[in-house]
Write a protein that binds this ligand. Structure first.
Ligand code: PLP
Length: 427
C-alpha cells in the first residue's frame, strides 16, 4: 500500500479533528479512500508523507499560481515575520498592497482586507444591503461564496421565489432572503426581480464559475446581469475569490469587459496566506465602518505576514506575462487530454478558460449546476485514483476545476497527458 503513512496520519487526525480535516473536500469523501498528507511542496510538485512526488493541479485551490514556495513570496514573509507578525495597528504595507490591487483591477477605488474569501463575500453582501437598504440577494445554484449562512442555500421545493437551508444550522429566516437562479439563465433572474420588486439588494455570482467544475458565462450573460441590476437598482457583486488575479490582472471584469459594483477576492491575493478582500467605488465603500455605518472588523485583518505575501505575489503578477503563459499551458493540456480521452472512447466534456480547466464525464455542454451534476461520478473516481497512482494530483471531487500554476513545465504537462492516456484505457 503506497499511502501507508498518510493513512496512519489520517487515523490520528480523525481522533482530534472532525473528519480528520479542517475543510471537508480534503477528506476524499466523494472519491473514496484516505486523503494524501502533504509534507512539503516546491514549484509544481507536492511531496507527500509517503515520499512520493505529485504534479499539483489544485494549487491549494487557487492561491499558488506561481507554484509552491515561490521565492519572492517566501522571502517577503520571512523578512516580515522577524519584525512582528501582528500589531492590531495600521501599517504602511496595507496601503501599498491596496494601491497595487486598485491599480490592477478596473472600477475599484477602495479595498478592505479580511482573512478569507468567506469573510469577503459575507461582508460584501452586508455592504450591499447597507448601501441599498434592501435585504434579499440572488445567488446561482452551484456557485460557492464561502460558508457563511446566506450562501448555504438551495432552491426551495417548487418555489422560485426563495431558497431553503442546505446545511443544518442555517435558519429558515436567513434562507428566505437568498433567492436561487440557474447559472447562465437570464430569464430566471428576470423572474426573480419581477417577483421581488424593490427588494433585491444584490446579485452575487462567480463571473466564471470554478466550484462546479469550470463553467463559463454564456455570451451576454454577465452583461445581461449588469443591465438587470441597473434597471432594478440592485448591486452586482462579482465573487472573484477564484478568478481574481488568476484569469487576468483585473480578473473577469477585465477579461470580459463587464463592470461589477463590488468585487471580492481571496486565494491568489494572499499568496498562500489567509487573505480575502472586497472592493468597490468610493461611493459604496464609504458606507463601511469607521467611515460609514456598515460594521465590519478583524483582529488579524491586514496583518503584516499576510500583506507581505500578498504584496509580493501581486507585484510578481503585475510585472509578468504569467496569465498568457498559463493560458497557453492550459490549452496544451486541454488538447492533450482531449486526444487521450477521445482515443480511450470514454464520454467526456472539457471546459476551459485561462488557467482553469475541468473534465466532466458527461455528454453535451456543461453550462450550469444541473448539467455538471449529470457527470458520471464512478468514472471520475477511477480517473482520480488512476491519476494519483501515476503521480498526478487533481481535485478529489468531480465538481472541481483544475487550477494550473506556472511552475508546471511542458514536460510535466506531457507526463500528465501520458498518465491520462494510460488511465483513460481503464475507464
Ligand atoms: C474559495 C472560494 C470562496 C471562499 O473562500 P475561503 O477563503 O475558502 O473562505 C468564495 N468564493 C469563491 C468563488 C471561492 O472559490
Amino acid at each position: 500500500m503506497i499511502y501507508k503513512r498518510s493513512s496512519e496520519l489520517f487515523v490520528a487526525a480523525q481522533k482530534v479533528i472532525p473528519g480528520g480535516v479542517n475543510s471537508p473536500v480534503r477528506a476524499f469523501k466523494s472519491v473514496g479512500g484516505d486523503p494524501v498528507f502533504v509534507k512539503e511542496a516546491k514549484g509544481a510538485y507536492l511531496y507527500d508523507e509517503d515520499g512520493r512526488r505529485l504534479i499539483d493541479y489544485i494549487a491549494s485551490w487557487g492561491p499558488m499560481i506561481l507554484g509552491h514556495a515561490h521565492k519572492p513570496v517566501v522571502d517577503a514573509v520571512i523578512e516580515k515575520a522577524q519584525k512582528g507578525t501582528s500589531f492590531g495597528m495600521p501599517t504602511e504595507i496595507e496601503t501599498k498592497i491596496a494601491e497595487l490591487a486598485i491599480s490592477m483591477v478596473p472600477g475599484i477605488d477602495k479595498i478592505r482586507f479580511v482573512n478569507s474569501g468567506t469573510e469577503a463575500c459575507m461582508s460584501a453582501v452586508r455592504l450591499a444591503r447597507g448601501f441599498s437598504g434592501r435585504e434579499k440577494i440572488i445567488k446561482f445554484a452551484g456557485c460557492y461564496h464561502g460558508h457563511s449562512d446566506s450562501f448555504l442555500i438551495q432552491a426551495g421545493s417548487g418555489a422560485v421565489t426563495f431558497g431553503s437551508p442546505n446545511s443544518p444550522g442555517v435558519t429558515a429566516g436567513t434562507a428566505k432572503d437568498t433567492l436561487l437562479a440557474d447559472y447562465n439563465n437570464l430569464d430566471n433572474v428576470k423572474e426573480l426581480f419581477e417577483a421581488n420588486s424593490g427588494e433585491i439588494a444584490a446579485i452575487i455570482i462567480e463571473p466564471v464559475a470554478g466550484n462546479m467544475g469550470c463553467i463559463l458565462p454564456a455570451e451576454g450573460f454577465l452583461q445581461g446581469l449588469r443591465e438587470l441590476c441597473d434597471a432594478h437598482g440592485a448591486l452586482l457583486i462579482f465573487d472573484e475569490v477564484m478568478t481574481g488575479f488568476r484569469l487576468a490582472k483585473g480578473g473577469v471584469q477585465e477579461l470580459m469587459d463587464v463592470r461589477a459594483d463590488i468585487v471580492t477576492f481571496g486565494k491568489v491575493i494572499g499568496g498562500g496566506l489567509p487573505v480575502g478582500a472586497f472592493a468597490a467605488r468610493t461611493e459604496i465603500m464609504s458606507h463601511l465602518a469607521p467611515e460609514g455605518p456598515v460594521y465590519q472588523a478583524g483582529t488579524l485583518s491586514g496583518n503584516p505576514l499576510a500583506m507581505a505575501a500578498g504584496l509580493a505575489m501581486l507585484t510578481e503578477l503585475n510585472n509578468s506575462d504569467v496569465f498568457e503563459s498559463l493560458a497557453k499551458k492550459t490549452e496544451y493540456l486541454h488538447k492533450g487530454i482531449d486526444k487521450a480521452l477521445t482515443d480511450s472512447g470514454v464520454t467526456f466534456t472539457i471546459n476551459r478558460i485561462g488557467s482553469m480547466i475541468s473534465v466532466h464525464f458527461a455528454e453535451g455542454a456543461v453550462t450550469d449546476f444541473k448539467s455538471a451534476a449529470v457527470g458520471d461520478n464512478d468514472t471520475f473516481k477511477k480517473f482520480f485514483h488512476g491519476l494519483l497512482e501515476e503521480g498526478i494530483y487533481i481535485a478529489p471531487s468531480a465538481y472541481e476545476s483544475w487550477f494550473l500554476n506556472d511552475a508546471v513545465s511542458y514536460e510535466d504537462l506531457d507526463e500528465t497527458i501520458a498518465a491520462v492516456a494510460k488511465v483513460g484505457k481503464t475507464l
